[in-house]
Design a protein around this ligand. Sequence first.
Ligand code: OGA
Ligand code: MN
Length: 303
Amino acid sequence: MSAVLKSATGITVKPLHPLFVAEVTGVDLTVPVSRDDFRVIWDAFNQYEVLVVRDQKFEDDTQIAFSRNFGPLETMEAHPANNFKPGHIAVMTNLDAQGNLLPLDDPGMLHRLRNEHWHTDSSFKAIPSLCSMLSGRIVPPVGGNTDFVSARAAYAAFPDARKPALEGLVAVHRVAKPGEEDDPAYNEEQKKRLTVTHPLIRTNPVNGRKNFYAGAHAQAIVGMPREEARALIAEITAFCTQPQFFYSHPWRLHDLVIWDNRSVLHRATTFDKTKYRRKMHRTTVAGEAQESHFATMPQPQAA
Ligand code: OGA
Ligand code: MN
């Protein structure tokens, strides 16, 4: 993997892992970024898949404005953890609106536990997500890391002899709870709309690198017996989540972490939720079904 890069505009991109993940310094993303600065970020995002940017004091409006450089934002689905009031900001927290710790059996707390499974955001949407970014607004002193694995580095390391048989496969992704087919958290309209298919192997349109695309929402493979499909998805997940493809992000206040939902899996990790407070705000950028447009740098989206 390449060494530290210093751009003409003063941005530094420094790898944090041998295979993916870089830290970006020398830029304030809470104010409008120039096209030249965004070009550096866009290129680093496509190369490193996960970008860590420290000391970014975002409010929701500035986070939304920065996110729009990557393309149109998703509106979250209505579910118990957002009081069925979806918007452009998804709040990952163990606090109520007044900032008090929520009981562990609160419906929103239980709903958010599904984030602790390896997944990629919105793979259950017909137009899956390009990227998500999480802003650390309140971080616990210990625990509560977010873990990432590169399903691109994993694909590169996967036995070549097996790749042709996997190449044309299409996976079924469902919004349902990991490991289950039905999910009372979503209504019938959502469950129908949020059962979609995507290729099991995707290609980054900028650099042509391939990756596995599965995670907790991938629950079947078109034309393959159910048990065989589940075993294959489990095998691919186990392959991708090996230590050499793994990075765990320890949060500091005001960190922004941007990840490529096309090619990394991520999961929340636990912490003492009865003692510590954690509040992370996420924006999610919509991707494309066909991945043609993102071969070039996106145009910033109007508010
Ligand atoms: C997410 C997510 C992980 C975390 O925001 O999509 O999975 O550590 N979050 O909160
Ligand atoms: Mn997620």
